[in-house]
Design a protein around this ligand. Structure first.
Ligand code: AKB
Length: 316
């Protein structure tokens, strides 16, 4: 029997591209997209779509039963920067939605769960270079706290209730199709939009702030690769470190200048600088590479080239 998939938060930056990729791989009717509103018409109009509030257990359960779903990707979350403005809302959304999905799996109503964690689980006491899989984790943002606690719950549900839950710690994800919202790494997308439209970008981070990043296509491949891995190969049930490249706003600017020579960068750090300063510069993801053969494809130059080509077509 074909597996039926529900994506919660399908209109967002990662959810929208995950929906498109899964629909192309397993068939349009086997992927039910859902979100709290119809904010992305491409997602809404490209296959089955339901309005679901990720905090509403009954709504998720009813749709799982209605569509005979066995696998849920929970992509709804409040990210780091917005979470600092609305700490209680971030806690409520990020934790309630996770429990809703884990409990459906515990009750054997669904079989498999994907839930993204983030580099935000790390804090200023974590080693910054090549941050290991297992290390000090003292996150300083509400978002990071929800992701760290969420990881503990995922492992707990796996060990105590046999829930097949899988997770990666996403770095900043760079994409051109759907805008991100409320993250600290969002500058690495804004910069391309402004490079094309204004030839100048005023960055909210200092120009030497180095953060781990990844192109969307790699992030989607990692997500689906982990979900397709044999259960015995998924040795980590909290969340896997996942890495591609690291760069600073200055290094990204140098790369963009190869394509847009007149582009300039200025910097006016705001509250997001403190968040970025608490995160790693680079990540050691050896275990993901060994356990389920994770490999990234896009380096900085390939990302810049693709972003500029695609956005130039889209923004005209
Ligand atoms: C954010 O900046 O909050 C996210 C993340 C790194 O999880 N992109």
């Amino acid at each position: 029997m074909t597996s039926k998939i529900l994506i919660i938060g399908a209109c967002g930056q990662i959810g929208s591209e995950l929906t498109a990729k899964l629909r192309s791989e397993v068939g349009i009717d086997n992927v039910i997209a859902s979100d709290i509103s119809k904010s992305n018409l491409e997602v809404v109009n490209s296959g089955p779509f339901e309005i679901i509030d990720a905090k509403d257990f009954a709504a998720i359960k009813n749709n799982v039963v209605k569509h005979d779903v066995d696998t849920v990707y929970l992509m709804a979350a409040m990210l780091s920067a917005t979470g600092e403005k609305y700490p209680e809302k971030a806690w409520d959304l990020n934790m309630t939605s996770l429990f809703n999905v884990l409990n459906l799996a515990k009750e054997k109503i669904i079989k498999k769960v994907f839930w993204p964690s983030s580099i935000a689980v790390f804090g200023s006491t974590t080693p910054k270079k090549n941050t290991p899989q297992y290390t000090i984790m003292e996150p300083t943002t509400v978002y990071g706290i929800t992701k760290q606690v969420g990881e503990r719950w995922c492992e707990y549900y796996f060990k105590n209730y046999g829930v097949d839950v899988r997770s990666v710690r996403y770095p900043g994800i760079i994409s051109w199709k759907t805008l991100p919202g409320g993250g600290t790494t969002d500058y690495a997308i804004d910069i391309f939009h402004k490079a094309i439209s204004e030839k100048h970008y005023n960055c909210f981070l200092k120009e030497d702030t180095e953060l781990p990043m990844m192109f969307m296509d790699d992030a989607i491949n990692a997500t689906i690769g982990l979900m397709n891995a044999k259960s015995k190969d998924v040795q980590i049930r909290s969340s896997y470190n996942l890495a591609a490249i690291s760069f600073t706003p200055k290094q990204l600017t140098e790369c963009i200048k190869k394509y847009i020579p007149e582009f300039t960068l200025s910097s006016n750090p705001d509250f997001r600088q403190k968040i970025a300063d608490s995160w790693p510069n680079s990540i050691d993801d050896t275990q993901a590479r060994n356990d389920w053969n994770w490999q990234h494809k896009f380096d900085l130059d390939a990302i810049a080239k693709t972003m500029i080509e695609q956005l130039s077509k889209k923004l005209v």
